[in-house]
Design a protein around this ligand. Sequence first.
Ligand code: SF4
Ligand code: SF4
Length: 337
Amino acid sequence: MKKIRLGKSELMVSQVGFGGIPITRVSQQEAEKCIHRCLEHGINYIDTATGYGDSEEKIGKAIKGRRDGLVIASKAPPTDARFMAESIDKSLKRMQIETIDLYQFHCIKDRQGLQKCIELMPVMEKAKSQGKIRHIGITIHGVDIIKPIVETGLFETAMIALNFIVREPLESAVPAAVKHDVGIIAMKPMAGGHIADASLAFKFFNGMDNVVPLVGIEKPEEIDQIAATIEEDEKPDERELAKMDRIRSESGDQFCRRCEYCMPCPHGVQIFPITIYESLVKRLPVEKVTDESWKKMMKTVENCTDCGRCEQKCPYDLKIREILAHSAGLYENLISK
Ligand code: SF4
Ligand code: SF4
């Protein structure tokens, strides 16, 4: 697989990277199979976080004896100096490695978050001088803040949500990143599962020589088709571009990206996956979306007190309460038939 340069970090990474969240849902053995299959495809970039459950431990065991040539990235939220320094040490220990190639400030949503990163930059610089990390990046959850962050020139890489549905960053943030030589890592290339066609989702990135999309897999074979799409390196044709446009206009901007930042609800509402109910109804047989587990989940919507806390936590400004009510209505409609 072709390698691209990740901005001024000068890290040379494969055209697609491995995202470490889904392996938290499978056994160590299955996680290793996924990682090893990715390595066989030439993927050399592995991204994880202190906050991703046992992902770092699983990755550490999987890459034992295979560290050479890999670019390992992790991240932690900029809570305070002590937390940041301890997180770096924790990541090193969990992955049993000497140095982390890219360490990122995790989940920055606004200017206060950016300010916190600037305050904590000396902690990262110290870790860099100690050889614990090699490069400093940032992960951004919020469309409006991407451009101001990359324009600071302080970060070598920026991870942003980018796919053919949420493509606003392509017009503003990506050109700004190119100008400041910031390497872009694209999270949610399949819009958190909203895009069902993996081939189409990854074809969107072909030809973008400064963007590395991440893929998370739970089964080794899931990477095969994606790797083939990336390796073919063909740009989408007219028909595929039209399909992307159609999916984009059907989706609007009020769709759930499955990040679960809105969880937990203090009143026990099972916000996610109720927020993706409509897309599941379109794809699955009716008996699957009206079974006992959905009955229980939909019942929790009655506990909603309208406090709005979930909406404050959603990085995509979704009107969660409206979506919950819409999903519950859809469910009632289905079971009444
Ligand atoms: S608005 Fe409803 S669903 Fe959201 S956090 Fe409050 S109680 Fe929970
Ligand atoms: S509603 Fe928002 S915060 Fe919750 S999972 Fe969906 S996108 Fe994430």
